[in-house]
Design a protein around this ligand. Structure first.
Ligand SMILES: Cc1ncc(COP(=O)(O)O)c(C=O)c1O
Length: 445
C-alpha cells in the first residue's frame, strides 16, 4: 500500500509517476500547487486546477470486484482527506505518513489509544491545558500514567526520566513535548531531551515514542521528524495550518520507525494502530474540512512570514514600553530560551507569532481594595477592553490578531500570572497593531 487512505493495493498510475518525478521539491511550491501535484488521488476527467471536494461515502467496484479507484468506504479513506494527508507528510519533510482527525484533541486521543495502557506519559509542567485534563480523565483511570516535570531544567528532567524508565510498572514511555509552551512560551531543548531519553531507553531496555506538538509553529517553521529525531508531530490544524479560524482539525505526522532500544528490532510504528483507529473508530477529518484545510495550506508560508514579522516588531515595541513588565517571545535575545529556540527553527529569523506580555499597573492604580490577584486581573482586563484591532477571543493562528487573559480562562488550578495576556499576532498592517496597544496602554482608566 503506498497511500494510507487507500484500501487496496494499487499500482502507481503513470500520471502520478510523471507528475511526481518532475515535481519541484521546495515546500512553498508544493503547498501553492497542492491539488496539482497529486491529481491522481482526486482524479476527475475535468482536470481541475483546484482539488475537487469528494463527498461520496462509498466507492464502486470494478467488474473484477476490485476497487480500481483505490477507495472503499469513506471512514476507511476519502480522496480529499488522502490528498491532505499526503501534503502534510511533504510539509513535515522526513516523515512517511499523516493522519487527519476532527480536531487536535481527537488526534491526541488517537495517540494515547494507539500507545496503550501500562505506559507513562512524561510531560512538561507547562503545556496546553486540555492535554493534562485528558490524561486526568479518562486516560488516567484507563492505565496511562502522567509524570509532570519542568523540562526546561535538564537536571530535574534527568532525575524524573530515570525514575520513570526504571519503574517496573511502566512498560514504555511516551515523551510529550510542546515548545514554545502555552501560555508562557517556555522553550524545551528537544535535541537534548531526545538524546537523554535514548540513553535511558538503552540503559533500561525499554522503549519510548516522542511526540512534539507543533501547533504554535507549524512544520513550516519547525521541521521536527527529520532534524530533531521526533517520531510523531501533532498539530491542531484549527490554528495556523488552517489559518482562517473557520475549521477544526488535527493532524498527526510520523515516521516509520527506528530500532528498538530494548530488542534491537524495529519498534512501535504507531502508524498501524492509528490507521486501525481511523478505519474502525472514526473521528476522521470530514472532506469539507480537509478541503478547507488544503486551501489554507496553500498560503501557509506567506502567512507565517507576515505573522512572524509582525510579532517580532511588536515584541520589540513591548520590550521598551514602560507599562510592560515582561515580554515572553523567543525571538527576543533577552528570552532565556532564545539560543535553543533559534537553533531548532527551520527558517532563520522567523520565531513564531505567539507571545505573552505581563502588564504593569500605572502608579497608584490597582488599589481598589480587592485581593491582590483580583486587582491585577481587573487592571489587565481594563487594558485589553480598550483594544480595537486586537480582538478578545480564545484560539490563535487566524489572520486576525487575538488576545486572551489566560488566568481567567484556565480556572482555579492555573499557575499563570494574573498580569499575563497571551497574543496571537495576525496579518494586519503592523502600524495598526502597535497603535492599538499604544492607546490601550496609555489611556487613563
Ligand atoms: C498547543 C495546542 N495543542 C492542541 C490543541 C487542541 O487542538 P483543538 O482545539 O483543535 O482540539 C490546542 C488548542 O488550543 C493547542 O493550543
Amino acid at each position: 500500500m503506498w497511500l494510507g487512505g487507500h484500501d487496496t493495493n494499487l499500482t502507481l498510475p503513470w500520471v502520478f509517476l510523471i507528475s511526481y518525478t518532475h515535481m519541484p521539491r521546495r515546500i512553498e511550491t508544493i503547498l501553492a500547487q497542492a491539488g496539482l501535484h497529486y491529481q491522481d488521488i482526486t482524479a476527475v476527467s475535468s482536470r481541475d486546477v483546484i482539488p475537487p471536494l469528494h463527498l461520496s461515502t462509498t466507492f464502486e467496484r470494478g467488474s473484477d470486484g476490485s476497487y480500481p479507484g483505490g477507495f472503499v468506504y469513506a471512514r476507511h479513506g476519502n480522496p480529499t482527506r488522502a490528498l491532505l494527508e499526503k501534503v502534510m507528510t511533504d510539509l513535515e519533510g522526513g516523515a512517511d505518513w499523516s493522519a487527519a482527525f476532527t480536531c487536535g484533541m481527537q488526534a491526541v486521543t488517537a495517540v494515547f489509544l494507539a500507545f496503550g495502557a501500562q505506559a507513562t506519559v512524561l510531560l512538561n509542567q507547562e503545556l496546553y491545558q486540555g492535554i493534562r485534563l485528558l490524561l486526568d480523565a479518562p486516560f488516567g483511570s484507563w492505565g496511562l500514567r502522567a509524570q509532570v516535570v519542568d523540562m526546561t531544567d535538564l537536571g530535574a528532567l534527568e532525575v524524573a526520566m530515570a525514575r520513570v524508565f526504571a519503574d517496573p510498572a511502566t512498560a514504555r514511555v511516551l515523551l510529550w513535548l510542546e515548545t514554545p509552551s502555552n501560555p508562557m512560551l517556555q522553550i524545551i531543548d528537544v535535541r537534548a531531551v531526545i538524546a537523554m531519553a535514548e540513553g535511558q531507553a538503552r540503559l533500561h531496555r525499554k522503549d519510548f515514542v516522542s511526540v512534539l506538538d507543533t501547533t504554535w509553529l507549524t512544520p513550516y517553521l519547525l521541521q521536527a521528524v527529520g532534524p530533531l529525531r521526533i517520531d510523531l508531530t501533532l498539530a491542531s490544524a484549527t490554528k495556523f495550518l488552517g489559518g482562517h479560524s473557520d475549521l477544526l482539525a488535527g493532524v498527526l505526522t510520523g515516521r516509520r520507525r527506528k530500532l528498538s532500544h530494548a530488542t534491537g528490532t524495529t519498534f512501535l510504528d504507531l502508524e498501524a494502530p492509528i490507521r486501525q483507529l481511523q478505519r474502525h473508530a472514526g473521528g476522521n477529518l470530514p472532506p469539507f474540512e480537509a478541503w478547507l484545510l488544503l486551501r489554507g495550506l496553500k498560503s501557509l508560508p506567506a502567512r507565517m512570514r507576515t505573522h512572524c514579522e509582525n510579532a517580532h516588531r511588536l515584541a520589540h515595541f513591548f520590550a521598551s514600553h514602560p507599562r510592560i513588565a515582561a515580554v515572553h517571545y523567543p525571538g527576543l535575545p533577552s528570552h532565556p530560551g532564545h539560543a535553543v529556540h533559534s537553533a531548532m527553527m527551520s527558517r532563520e529569523g522567523l520565531s513564531g507569532s505567539m507571545m505573552a506580555i505581563q502588564v504593569r499597573a500605572r502608579d497608584g492604580e490597582g488599589e481598589d481594595g480587592r485581593e491582590e490577584g483580583a486587582e491585577v486581573e481587573a487592571m489587565v482586563l481594563r487594558v485589553v477592553a480598550r483594544l480595537r484591532v486586537f480582538r478578545r477571543a480564545t484560539s490563535l493562528g487566524g489572520t486576525e490578531s487575538l488576545c486572551e487573559h489566560r488566568r481567567s480562562v484556565e480556572g482555579a488550578e492555573s499557575r499563570t500570572p494574573w498580569d499575563l495576556v497571551r497574543l496571537s499576532v495576525g496579518l494586519e498592517a503592523y502600524e495598526d497593531l502597535e497603535e492599538d496597544w499604544v492607546q490601550a496602554l496609555g489611556e487613563e482608566g
